[in-house]
Structure formats: structure tokens, C-alpha cells
Write a protein that binds this ligand. Structure first.
Ligand SMILES: O=P(O)(O)OC[C@H]1O[C@H](O)[C@H](O)[C@@H](O)[C@@H]1O
Length: 426
């Protein structure tokens, strides 16, 4: 369940007044006639996904967990952010047994320092790699994959290397597909009609997430529950669409920057995933809300000044996880040299929630910064699946309301053209 609270958002239009437009766009999403309809496969993926492949993911993940210390996930953008967001949010950053094997993300940078340091770090470890690319030609990923493939082949020999490399890519074509077929790697399919930033609920996300020991049945149940809960255009019953409309109203009020806020450090990658989802979907033809993020209270000590007191272009979308995964009771100290005894006996989660309430009041009342509150039960795998689907539906509606295609990203190609010219690519 997700609840949207707009009480702190200063909306000067009624969400319900957009019901007519939302009805039409909802039908277009469900009937797959909306703009960009070639990429609406995520909508009912929970009913259509390949159950045999899903079972294979669980089997292969168990094999990986037994046979390596480091699992390299080689991908960029939608081919790594979702998995990383899930693993960090659900397992935490330092989960003990859960982090078996250690998962390292590569293929998402050209940084020589980062790449060499990963190569050095894994030199004496048992390693497997999952290379993930929908297009099969992304340069960051291809470059890193060649380096790590050669590392694995040198370490284990060509035959054993084949058992240590898994490729997730298109089901029938592309450079990575051809390479993986030729080499005889285990392959997973990225469906044609699901774009990278919507692919965390496909093998792209599910395999690394399962390797991290996370319950992917519960995750997919979360997606299914969200699909059923959001199967209505009624804005009083569908918080995903209500959030989409609230964003449009806030932008009409001059709020061109949206800050995705949480109060848990293990969700900073969730924010990165959200930034890609909204940034690539919405930033088109001079339109869109700029997606930014903050993890509070940490970032209040760096960004808090601007949010409170700076140019009034920001609204906050506060994702509040009601129940923490862990909690700690703050202890009494006989000497009280740090003057912290006033918190003795309180839970850290209570302190965090008080910080949140105080910040909300400060930003709302004195800062005049609108806040949309999204209340989520917890940081479980079920909630993760539910939450990502909530954002899928919200972003589709939000962007369609701008009369743009939510599912392409033509602007990303521009830097690539220049880079290829400079690299001398033929
Ligand atoms: O999975 P790939 O084809 O390698 O793409 C990885 C990423 O890079 C591209 O440039 C796109 O902008 C992203 O939407 C995509 O997620």
C-alpha cells in the first residue's frame, strides 16, 4: 500500500479537475495506444513474464551464490541502477550473510582509476560476471566487459570462463547477443517492449537481486499488487496518478525542480534510479521537471540552506518508509559528558522521524517549499516491487500529460556522436 499526502503541497488547483484528461490517458496506457506504445510491456508484465525463465533465475542465482566471492554486474543506466537500488535498500549497505557474494557494479564508467582498482581488488577472488545491455553496444559496458572477460579467461581458462559469464540482452539480435551465443554463455532476455529504465522487474534486475539473496517472488508480488491497486483512473483511488497530476500542478506554479527525499542512507541509489526514470522520460523538447535528490538529515547539512532559503523553484517528494528494517535504542550514560541523555531510551527511528517532522515544518511553514508525501510500509522486497511500479505508472501519466513520449531518450545520443568522433570509431 502507498498513501499520497498532499496536505503540505500548497496545490492551487484541484487534483480532481484533471480527471477527464487522466481517464483518456489511462485508457491509452492500458490499451497500449499511448505515445511510445511499443514500450508499454512493463504495464502488465506481472501477468506475462516467462515463469520458466523466472525459475531459472532462482536456480542460477543459487549457483552463483555457491561459486563466487565477487559478482560483477556490468551495465549502465537502466542496466544497473534498479538492481543496485533494490539490493542496497533491501539488504542495507553492510548486511553480513546477505552480501554473499559481494556485488560490484562496473561497466558504468570510463574511469581508468575505478576500473583498474576493481581489477586489482578482484585479482585473487573467485569471480563471476553478469554483463547486461539491452542494445548490446553501449560503449562503457562493452569496454569494461572486454577487460573483465579477459581477466576471467586468463584466470580460469576459456572453458571454465563460459560458466562464469552470464549475458542479459536482447532475445534475438545485437552484438552482445551474437557474442554470448558464440561463446555459449547462459543468456537472459530483455523484452523488446520494456525500456532500460523500466527493466528492473525483468531479468536485468531480478538476477542480480536474486544473487544478493533477496526474495524475488515477494518483489514480483509487490509489482502484481501494485498493478491491481492502480488499475483505475479514479484520482481519489490511484495515488500514482494523483502524484503525476500533483507534479504537473506544482510545475504550473513555477516549481521546476523536484527533490526526491528519503531519510535512510541505503536508499540513495533508489533516488539515482528514480532520477533516471523521471529525467530520461520527461526531459524533452524544453519541457520537464528537473529531478534532484537528497538523503536527509545527512544532506540537510549541505543542501538544507538552499532548500530552506534559496530560489523558490523546488518542491520535495518525501518518500517515507513507515517501519525501519532495524532499530536501536539510544543508551543512558552515567557521566553524560556529551549532554545526550535527553534521548536515552528513545529509538533512533523515532529520532529520525522527529527530524523529518521538524524539517517538514521548517520547509513548509517558513520556507514555503511544497512537500508531497509518499508513505511506504517498509524497505522489504515486496515494498520495493510495489514502489517501482507506482513510479512507472506515475511517470507514464505525468509525461503523457505533457504530450511527450515517456519511453524514448533521443537526447542521450548527442554526446555519444561527439565521443565516437573523438574516439575515431568506424
Ligand atoms: O542497456 P543498454 O542498451 O546498454 O543501455 C544502457 C543505458 O544507456 C543508454 O544510453 C540510455 O540512455 C539508457 O536509457 C540506458 O538504460
Amino acid at each position: 500500500m502507498i498513501k499520497l499526502n498532499t496536505d503540505h503541497a500548497f496545490l492551487n488547483e484541484d487534483i480532481a479537475s484533471y480527471q477527464g484528461q487522466v481517464n483518456e490517458l489511462h485508457d491509452a496506457i492500458m490499451n497500449k495506444t499511448a505515445k511510445g506504445n511499443d514500450f508499454l510491456g512493463w504495464v502488465d508484465w506481472c501477468n506475462n513474464y516467462d515463469k520458466d525463465e523466472f525459475a531459472r533465475i532462482k536456480k542460477d542465482a543459487a549457483y552463483v551464490r555457491e561459486n563466487c566471492e565477487v559478482y560483477l554486474v556490468c551495465g549502465i543506466g537502466g542496466s544497473y541502477l534498479g538492481a543496485r537500488a533494490a539490493i542496497e535498500m533491501i539488504n542495507g549497505l553492510y548486511g553480513k550473510d546477505k552480501y554473499k557474494p559481494e556485488i560490484i557494479f562496473c561497466g558504468n564508467t570510463f574511469s581508468s582509476t575505478y576500473t583498474k582498482q576493481v581489477l586489482d581488488y578482484i585479482a585473487d577472488k573467485e569471480v563471476m560476471i553478469n554483463v547486461i545491455s539491452k542494445s548490446g553496444t553501449t560503449t562503457e559496458t562493452s569496454l569494461a566487459f572486454r577487460l573483465f572477460k579477459q581477466f576471467i579467461e586468463k584466470k580460469y581458462g576459456k572453458d571454465e570462463a563460459k560458466k562464469r559469464i552470464i549475458a542479459t540482452t536482447d532475445g534475438t539480435k545485437g552484438t552482445l547477443f551474437d557474442l554470448a551465443t558464440k561463446e555459449g554463455y547462459t543468456k537472459y532476455v530483455i523484452p523488446n517492449d520494456i525500456g532500460g529504465r523500466f527493466s528492473v522487474i525483468t531479468p536485468v534486475g531480478l538476477l542480480p537481486i536474486a544473487v544478493a539473496g533477496i526474495d524475488i517472488d515477494a518483489l514480483m508480488q509487490g509489482v502484481t499488487d501494485a498493478f491491481n491497486d492502480f488499475d483505475t483512473a479514479d484520482l481519489s483511488k490511484n495515488p500514482a496518478y494523483a502524484y503525476a497530476v500533483a507534479r504537473r500542478i506544482l510545475q504550473n506554479q513555477g516549481k521546476n525542480v523536484e527533490m526526491f527525499i528519503t531519510y535512510d542512507l541505503q536508499t540513495t541509489m533508489l533516488a539515482e534510479w528514480w532520477k533516471q526514470l523521471f529525467g530520461e522520460s520527461e526531459g524533452k523538447n524544453g519541457k520537464g521537471i528537473f529531478p534532484a535528490a537528497g538523503t536527509f538529515s545527512t544532506d540537510l547539512h549541505s543542501m538544507g540552506q538552499f532548500v530552506q532559503d534559496g530560489l523558490k523553484i523546488v518542491f520535495e517528494t518525501l518518500v517515507l518508509f513507515k517501519n525501519p528494517t532495524e532499530d536501536v535504542i539510544f543508551p543512558e550514560d552515567a557521566d553524560n559528558l556529551d549532554n545526550m541523555n535527553y534521548l536515552a531510551g528513545k529509538s533512533l527511528d523515532w529520532v529520525n522521524k522527529m527530524a523529518m517532522q521538524g524539517t517538514l515544518e521548517a520547509h513548509e511553514v517558513e520556507g514555503n517549499v511544497p512537500n508531497l508525501l509518499i508513505e511506504v510500509e517498509d524497505m522489504s522486497s515486496h515494498s520495493f516491487g510495489y514502489l517501482v511500479y507506482f513510479f512507472f505508472r506515475a511517470v507514464a501519466m505525468s509525461v503523457l500529460m505533457l504530450d511527450e513520449n515517456p519511453f524514448d531518450q533521443p537526447g542521450v545520443e548527442v554526446y555519444k556522436k561527439n565521443m565516437f568522433r573523438l574516439l575515431g570509431k568506424k
